[in-house]
Write a protein that binds this ligand. Sequence first.
Ligand code: MSP
Length: 680
Amino acid sequence: MLNAARAMSRFYVTTPIYYVNDVPHLGNAYSTIVADALRRYHLLRGDATRMLTGTDEHGLKVEREAQERGMTPSAFVEQMSATFRAAWPKLEIGADDFIRTTEARHELGAQAIWEEIARRNPGDIYLGSYEDWYCVGCEEFKTEKDLVQPGNLCAIHRRPVERLKEDTYFFRLSRYTEPLLALYRQRPELIQPESRRNEVISFVSTGLRDLSISRTKLTWGIPVPGDPKHVMYVWFDALANYWTALQGSEAAKAFWGEGSRVVHVVGKDILRFHAVYWPAVLMSAGLRLPSTVYAHGFLTFNGHKMSKSLRNSVDPLGIAQAFGQIVGGDAGGADVLRYQLLRAIAFGQDGDFDLAAMVERYNADLGKNLGNLLARTLGLCVKMTAARVPPAGEATALEHELYAAIEGHWREAALAWDRIEPHRALERVWAIASAANQYVDRAAPWAEDKKGHRGRVETILNTLLSVLGALSVAIWPVLPAKSDEMRRQLGLAPVRPEEGKDWFAPGVGTRTGGEALAPGTPLFPTVDEAGTKALLELLTPRVDGAPAPATGPASSTSASTSASPTVSTSTSTIAYEQFGLVDLRVGVVRTAERVPKKDKLLKLAVDVGEATPRTIVAGLALSFAPEALVGRRVVVVANLAPREFGKGLVSRGMLLATGPSDKLTLATVEGDVEPGAKLT
Ligand code: MSP
């Protein structure tokens, strides 16, 4: 069906490595899903393909977060990195490598780059001292013009910057102003999309300042070669990951070699690091440059700003899981999330991730278009060909027209993937499904059947099954689990490009006849109004941005978690003074453990700003693993009379929460509020 006149090549795609100061959110998932879809597309093309993701574990932000949770940085990063590693497969992401910046292979690699710069260009790294405003959220020095007044706030994180002064090694970035501008001119495909490229060019055109690349006030970092008082600036260390991760073997090294297409997928917030600092560092070290740095836009969630530092994040696994309940299995839910992110948002632009729009698009594109095409074709085959693939007869103008349309769409889909435009690629793939749906209507196999035109019936159904076979390949980069299921129903083995087969060969999907089909339940069952409502209630973030639990009876455990989920049932009012009697404080959970022989209870040590943390016993054990609570900010009723839970176990406070006892959501506060702060 497609003529793939394209030499096999190497393709290396990377995601940003994520800070481990919080769990993965929808924004991180977006970058990672895009990279995985590109990986899968290139596998289909028969390219030698490699995808890298990982975690960025050094720096002040991580060190402080660990401190706040009462943990050593290494124990903290170990735990958080594992959360990221475990999350991605649940979204059908199959990275080939996962790098942690605390691994020896990375530390050695980053030091090797440093040394190579010093060796090749001795003046490029020099010792000096530095004083300026620093934002821990960005892990970046700021100039006055980057700040928002009043209050000297970082424009991105809206919290005060700090004054930092220290001895530091500098990288002579100023020397690379002209070489970078020349590079951007010669290699227009380096920075994409074009609007972002223009921003970078205008930034560099104003002249670059040398970059501070070491810290002495911090120990949580990679030691500077030859001067271990200093650790590397976290961004110098982090950017190196794309190269260090490949140094383990010759096969891996080839992905940074000539003839390999190296694509860094990044958010627009970190484009400057990737399009200015990283190429300059590579030039200085005499290493090849990436082929493309693609900066995608920022997502809002249901119209609200969403970012890790602002603690208003959204859980992609929760969304996939909730959708999975509807579409049959977590993997199916992940597919739907992947489709929505890649189809609804024009890659490169900002976009809103809207849950209601997701359901709408699911019903329309996935259910009514693709799902329906599969269901009606298989239904016709059950009736007319005993659920077997019929032989292909002679094609008429109708078939020729369909194939011509598909060929065009397919070619454009491939081009869009090559240009890193997933939304356009999907648009083309779905145009194939629409064309096939129109074809069924026009070819009307049921009418041909009535007329006894057996040959026509067979040709039409064979054509449809062949197109569906091709579609099951075309959707694989974005909907891998649904592709497997679709192929199962079509009597086909799953797409397995690693077997070395060329999945984009002409005629992919073509059926020869005779094979058994296995019609099953609808691929994308319709979500009706009630289902939509339930889903939206389940997923709409409240208080801390975590998904709210499904509506259900309020928890009525004997422990301290029985806040009512609704306010509308309240009939009486209380005086201001009465409310004033309740002492509500911000607490941070320091430790959490199960209470022996009590299934529902957890014993917590909660820091409410006093000399020692308080013991609070709460009925949280059915909803949270103890370790998941450590470090969480909670709202504590601090002046409740102590309550005994037997054998010297006394609870001195209560946490606010909502939901049924096995799906509780804890009340919390946004931002880095100190433990003990009073809620008024
Ligand atoms: N550790 C650095 C990256 C180092 S790469 C050498 C970092 N980490 S991060 O955890 O803050 O993740 C940043 C990435 O997450 C962004 O670049 C972007 O890819 C993604 N997103 C974070 N919030 C996002 C949105 N609201 N929308 C879309 N993507 C977002 O920066």
